[in-house]
Write a protein that binds this ligand. Sequence first.
Ligand code: ADP
Length: 404
Amino acid sequence: MSKSVLVINCGSSSIKFALLLEDQKFRIHGLAENLGTPEARIKGVTVGNEPVDIHIPNADHKEALEVGLSRLANYKPDAIGHRVVHGGNITKAELITPEIIEKIREATPLAPLHNPAHLIGIEATQRLFPDLPQVAVFDTAFHQTMPSHAYRYALPKFLYTEHGVRRYGFHGTSHAYVSDRGSELAGSFRQGGWLTAHLGNGSSTCAIWNGESVDTSMGLTPLEGVVMGTRSGDVDPSIHSFLANNLGWDIYKIDKMLNSQSGLLGLSDLSNDMRTLIEASEQGNEDATLAIEVFCYRLAKSLAGLSCGLPEINGLFFTGGIGENSAYIREKTLNYLPHFGFKLSKEKNNELKRGTEGRIDQGTGPQIWVVPTDEEGRIAQETKHVAFHEFENNDATTQAIESV
Ligand code: ADP
């Protein structure tokens, strides 16, 4: 029998929730935002597509969950799946037990903004639904298959053995979903070598061999890798001592600059939003034009670098708000990657409708696909698998769930 799953994604000042009903054909979405401020509110739509907007001034995570979930409780989920950013060395989705909660707590130094918020969400839902199985689905878990030569930094060994300093990778739920779905569409489910480019406000790339992550662009934290909305991606780590010695900046100021004031926003001095930058560039804004160029060049460089993890390249999948919607960014990025034989079909690329899956290469060379991500759907599937050992009907999905 099919089960309904409530998927919770607790951030530092927001909570996204989605109830995936029965066979996942219906979803109810909610968003609690501006938590801890007078503007705190819950927005969403009901099953009947009625808008919901509840003002909850100064509400914290607990109160927002109580208000939001007490409404959803009418729909009686069978299980709850929590997105958890950092699971340390945990390799798959896990039923939430005191031991798993402790492991999430232990990984807090590696995700100081996210993991404490996830723990608040878990505690609140356990109080609201004490009888329901609850599952943690980790962003890091998919990348635990990376070989040590991909996940180790060239740093003193004790930092790894005693303090867990290594590359973990993030967006695992998305890379897992997109590579499974994309390889299935390509007729070679979980076979061969694929590159994924998840391009949203946070962006990362991944190399996948026979369905397993073998390398990815993010590292110890989600700051490493490609250019993002407000995150710098890779910089020379000596920038810390340079700014400290020359500008007198402390570590918090540098961290804030790299995470919240850099990336597309920093380069353009205008916006972290790719759509805004493309429009500004069309109107002659040179900083926006440069920001887009750096984004695409660094992205192509990352994909080329990750290809070293693959014995062969069957193709590339684009996903995320930018990857799914911008033919312009896809084309610009592929212009920097002629070496692997990618041949983009401009026509198919430009004609692909928003939010749809589709192949956009000319039919020779490695395949190029757009595959809209579905992190909620994947979290719900993994939750059902862990809580009830339930599989979807089609074979591909079944194997996908078994593998995580
Ligand atoms: P998040 O990482 O927060 O989930 P999304 O995956 O929704 O973010 O991606 C947000 C990004 O997608 C923004 O930079 C936005 O401008 C960009 N985006 C959405 N639609 C388009 C489009 N048509 N062209 C270019 N960029 C787009």
